[in-house]
Design a protein around this ligand. Structure first.
Ligand SMILES: NC(=O)c1ccc[n+]([C@@H]2O[C@H](COP(=O)([O-])OP(=O)(O)OC[C@H]3O[C@@H](n4cnc5c(N)ncnc54)[C@H](O)[C@@H]3O)[C@@H](O)[C@H]2O)c1
Length: 258
């Protein structure tokens, strides 16, 4: 799918990889961007920086059905269509199965993680797909593209990532059934499983911690640049034959257990 003038919904787009992707797709590829994020201050700041003409922000909780319904309707009013949906909103939520005293983790902690990281992805993907299905098919074959952000933790989660890793593996599990089903309306579904990227949160880490992280990388021996992530999103959007796939984007790094 050509990206120029297409409407791209990015959840979690107020920060980190989502924001870098918004910036890249708008400035380098001419997309129109709708950021869905629960952080109002950061979302408004992001749209101001992107230039309000081709970007909008909708305060959204991806875990809430009514909120996502309202957000997709707001995009239809402003831009008239949704062509691409990039699901980046997530919470890191590190906690162990058993605490120091051997007590089981409260189920509510696990459920909160799935509510955002897994239910939230399905919530936004499904509502965006319903709008995509109404688009005219580009090249007679494509109406929309979904990119769900997984994580290396889906494969080799570290200690404390049982919940996070499970949600990120769930995202990968959605790929094939959703891609098969949505083929009938011309919508592709793919995932990206990033390794460690240099987002603001990671850059703020202690120098020693950062050096240790870099040392755990294979090649190149550094953290990922968010522009490399954004570039992969553009590749997926532009290449109509990439479907039902998960791209591991991690420079061959495999994190240890702790
Ligand atoms: N940064 C990395 O190294 C890395 C590695 C692997 C996977 N990932 C994945 O990439 C994605 C982006 O990560 P990031 O590092 O840019 O994170 P980030 O924390 O910078 O951005 C996440 C955004 O999601 C938003 N958000 C959280 N809960 C929400 C909700 N319920 N509704 C709407 N918005 C919500 C936050 O406000 C924030 O703006 C996530 O899915 C993350 O799991 C990141």
């Amino acid at each position: 799918m050509r990206i120029q003038d297409k409407v791209v919904v990015i959840t979690g787009g107020a920060s980190g990889l989502g924001l870098a992707t918004a910036n890249y797709l708008l400035t380098e590829k001419g997309a129109r961007i709708a950021i869905f994020d629960q952080d109002v201050e950061a979302g408004e700041r992001a749209v101001k920086a992107l230039g309000g003409e081709r970007a909008m922000f909708v305060a959204t909780d991806v875990a809430d059905e009514a909120s996502v319904h309202a957000a997709t309707e707001a995009v239809m009013v402003r831009f008239g269509a949704i062509h691409v949906c990039i699901n980046g909103a997530a919470i890191a939520s590190g906690f162990k199965v058993l605490d120091r005293d051997g007590n089981a983790a409260p189920l509510a902690k696990f459920a909160k993680t799935t509510a955002v990281n897994l239910n939230g992805v399905f919530n936004v993907m499904s509502k965006c797909a319903a709008k995509m299905a109404k688009n005219e098919a580009e090249g007679g074959e494509e109406r929309g593209v979904v990119i769900n952000i997984s994580s290396g933790a889906a494969y080799e989660g570290q200690i404390g990532q049982s919940a996070y890793g499970a949600t990120k593996a769930g995202v990968i599990g959605m790929n094939i059934p959703a891609a098969r089903e949505l083929a009938s309306v011309g919508v592709r579904v793919n995932a990206i499983a990033p390794g460690l990227f240099l987002t603001a949160m990671v850059a703020a880490l202690d120098e020693k911690v950062l050096a240790a992280l870099k040392d755990a990388m294979e090649a190149p021996k550094r953290l990922g640049d968010p522009r490399e992530f954004a570039h992969t999103c553009a590749y997926i959007i532009e290449n109509a034959y990439v479907n039902g796939e998960t791209i591991r984007l991690d420079g061959a790094a495999r994190l240890r257990a702790r």
